[in-house]
Design a binder for this molecule. Structure first.
Ligand SMILES: Cc1cc2nc3c(=O)[nH]c(=O)nc-3n(C[C@H](O)[C@H](O)[C@H](O)COP(=O)(O)OP(=O)(O)OC[C@H]3O[C@@H](n4cnc5c(N)ncnc54)[C@H](O)[C@@H]3O)c2cc1C
Length: 469
């Protein structure tokens, strides 16, 4: 069967069968993208739309795009802009705000009639419970902060009762409760967005795009200024590669001799479904040096009339949750050595992080749902009982949390390794919200390496990126 290709206009899951192991120009590409999650598909779109790259290959092991972490079953479906995420630094807020505006511009200007399936308005609230959190919010949400987000307003118990009655119902009257609220949040089906990126990309007649589903890249070799991408017994060649394989990316980087100072923690997130108890996304305070947001309550983009609580923060020995076959690749990614042990030792001194990990591990043990409801759910919705809470066992998202082994610390934010015409992306949360920014940075680097053109003006015009390039 021919590949899913812009040249033949087919729009389905198809595999390329090679008759000969010898690569010809037919199987040679300017850029090969490994991984069809939100990052790989955003890059495919960006290269096809804003560059003069002529031949692009995208290889994905699943039978469609965004089936792993970018699937809306597996992440929190939130467009992060930095207003209610209490563990973001001012620098991170700036970056995320700008990056997410590229995504909203894409959906508004490019996605066409599909846009309502990709993104919908969803108000959001951050609550501080108890005196310590109330004080924390008071300090964080200064006048200057509120100016950065003009739609954000402070809310007190009375406002919260009006906007989110279940947050107040059944709560101890003496417990202080405060928060901030914005009516202009968004929830995003990142899998629908990924589909839209591919559909928009293959519309470009000037660019030959082959998308291979159901093809697992076993390994990649670099020789004679070319990359050889092996899927089983077949192989493809490319002048440059972009590895957008989520938690698997670091393994590929290491096999090519890059990223030696990096390791990852595979942090899974469980979600729980309940009857509808919230109107908005309701977030809680995450303090301290913890790169993961605390459990929050959300309307579920896939299941109207239900609410969703999560994600939990559980360490896993696999690159994909519930997939023990990824254990060996996980070992290759973490590369155990004295630096890693030193890093883990230092990280284990972060008491808040360790407490969070151990509390979250207890949710996976017998009686875990009752504990989850007591410590996480009832902090948001005091009247919700364990009987109404069901764990979604199909959720399989992993945050690949990078560790800098030299500095012995967790790296907050995305990691992009770029060398010799290859890019490797590791994108923990909020990587999906920042996908177009990451794609732009990848595309600029690849064009520079290939001697091709990146049309910044057109990109700025369409995606409204205010960055001064
Ligand atoms: C619990 C949780 C909640 C989150 N919530 C949010 C949120 O609300 N908002 C937000 O912005 N971000 C959120 N994130 C982060 C966001 O989901 C990720 O940053 C993003 O999905 C990463 O996209 P990706 O394309 O890098 O990875 P993935 O979506 O995992 O895609 C990688 C792809 O590579 C493929 N692949 C891997 N190995 C191979 C191989 N050998 N050969 C071929 N293909 C391969 C995989 O099948 C997969 O399709 C959350 C993450 C988690 C885990």
């Amino acid at each position: 069967m021919p590949p899913f290709s812009s040249a033949n206009g087919l729009g389905n899951v198809l595999n390329l069968k090679l008759r000969s192991p010898v690569p010809s120009m037919e199987r040679h590409y300017d850029v090969a993208i490994i991984g069809g999650g939100i990052i790989g598909t955003a890059l495919l779109y960006t290269l096809s739309r804003y560059t003069n790259v002529k031949r692009i290959l995208l290889v994905e092991k699943e039978n469609g795009v965004a089936q792993v972490t970018s699937s809306s079953r597996n992440n929190s479906q939130t467009l992060h802009v930095g207003d209610i995420e209490t563990n973001y630094t001012p620098e991170k807020i700036n970056t995320v705000k700008q990056a997410s505006s590229m995504l909203t511009s894409y959906v508004e200007k490019v996605a066409g009639p599909r846009k309502t399936r990709i993104m919908s308005r969803c108000s959001k609230m951050l609550i501080g419970v108890g005196e310590e959190e109330t004080e924390f919010l008071e300090k964080r949400y200064s006048e200057k902060f509120m100016e950065t987000f003009p739609d954000l307003v402070k809310v007190d118990r009375k406002d919260i009762a009006r906007l989110e009655p279940n947050v107040v119902k059944g709560r101890n009257k003496d417990e202080s409760l405060t928060g901030v609220y914005s009516k202009s949040g968004h929830m995003v089906a990142f899998d629908q967005l990924a589909k839209s990126f591919v559909d928009e990309a293959i519309k470009r007649p000037s660019c030959k795009i082959d998308v291979l589903f159901g093809n697992t890249v076993g390994h990649i070799d670099g020789k004679n200024s070319e990359y050889y991408i092996y899927t089983g017994e077949k192989f493809y060649t490319a002048n440059s590669i972009a590895v957008c394989a989520g938690s698997h990316s670091l393994r590929f980087a290491k096999s090519l001799g890059y990223g030696k100072d990096l390791s990852i923690l595979a942090v899974a997130g469980n979600f729980y479904s309940t009857p509808k108890v919230v109107n908005s996304k309701v977030y809680t305070v995450q303090k301290g040096n913890i790169p993961f947001l605390g459990v929050h309550a959300d309307p579920d983009i896939n299941r109207h009339g239900r609410s969703r609580f999560g994600p939990t923060i559980t360490l896993y020995p696999y690159l994909e949750k519930e997939d023990p076959s990824t254990f060996i690749d996980y070992l290759k990614s973490v590369s155990i050595d004295a630096h890693l042990i030193g890093s883990l030792w230092k990280i284990s001194k972060n008491k808040e992080l360790m407490d969070t990990f151990s509390r979250n591990i207890s949710y996976t043990m017998p009686g875990g749902i009752a504990r989850f409801v007591k410590y996480e759910v009832q902090k948001i919705i005091p009247s919700l009982s364990p009987k109404s809470v069901i764990q979604d066992r199909t959720a399989r998202g992993i945050r690949a949390q990078p560790i800098d082994k030299k500095r012995r610390q967790i790296v907050v934010g995305e990691v992009e390794l770029k060398k010799d015409g290859s890019v490797f992306n590791i994108s923990p949360s909020p990587g999906a919200s920042s996908c177009l920014k990451t794609a732009t940075e990848n595309a600029e680097y690849l064009c520079d390496y290939l001697g091709m053109r990146f049309d910044k003006d057109l990109m700025n015009k369409e995606l409204g990126n205010k960055r001064t390039y």
